[in-house]
Design a protein around this ligand. Structure first.
Ligand code: IMP
Ligand code: MG
Length: 178
């Protein structure tokens, strides 16, 4: 399946599944090297990071825990501004070594929100591991600590990432057909 169609758009393979799994294994090795003797808690950001998180968990040999969170925005009742909240955080964070797992860091807005919201929970450390990173779109504060692939500012799908909810099941990453 080198080419696929999702809704109205055509996509072609960009990062084959085998290259993704090799990179995920390498990320696990560098994380384990940096966190020797520590008890890591992964915080996986749904929905996009589910597949990456699953493969990264399988590639880890040391003890590691995982919890899944979502970020949502709503209009607060007292202000006209939007309020962000973390949903699903059911594991104590205080004193823990946290690694946030993202499928992709694009503008960096999502990861900045998560970092801001997590600050209140007094973790011992917080790092970010993103499979994909678009440096030319990034406007956030700090680039992720662990990055699988730096990619151009093009739209990609597959391996958890969707185009209007389709494509998450693909084991390779696809880009819009040129
Ligand atoms: P942000 O711009 O860094 O806040 O990225 C927010 C979210 O947009 C990511 O977690 C993805 O779910 C989604 N996203 C960004 N770029 C892409 C893309 O190329 N394909 C699919 N989803 C994307
Ligand atoms: Mg995402």
């Amino acid at each position: 399946m080198n080419e696929i169609q999702l809704h109205d758009k055509h996509f072609e393979v960009y990062i084959p599944s085998i290259d993704i799994l090799e990179k995920v294994a390498a990320l696990a090795v560098s994380i384990e090297k940096d966190y020797q003797g520590k008890n890591i808690l992964f915080l996986s950001i749904l929905n996009g990071a589910f597949m990456f998180s699953s493969d990264l968990m399988k590639a880890m040999h040391s003890n590691v825990e995982i919890s899944f969170i979502k970020v949502s925005s709503y209009h607060g009742t007292n202000t006209s501004g939007r309020v962000d909240e973390l949903i699903g955080l059911n594991t104590p964070i205080k004193g823990r070594d946290i690694i946030i797992l993202e499928d992709i860091v694009d503008t960096g807005i999502t990861i900045d929100k998560v970092m801001t919201l997590l600050k209140a929970f007094q973790a011992n450390s917080i790092a970010v591991c993103s499979l994909l990173y678009k440096p030319s779109a990034f406007q956030g504060k700090e680039k992720p600590n662990y990055i699988g692939f730096e990619i151009p500012n093009d739209f990609v799908v597959g391996y958890g990432l969707d185009y209007d909810q389709l494509g998450r099941n693909l084991s390779s990453i696809y880009q819009l057909k040129k």
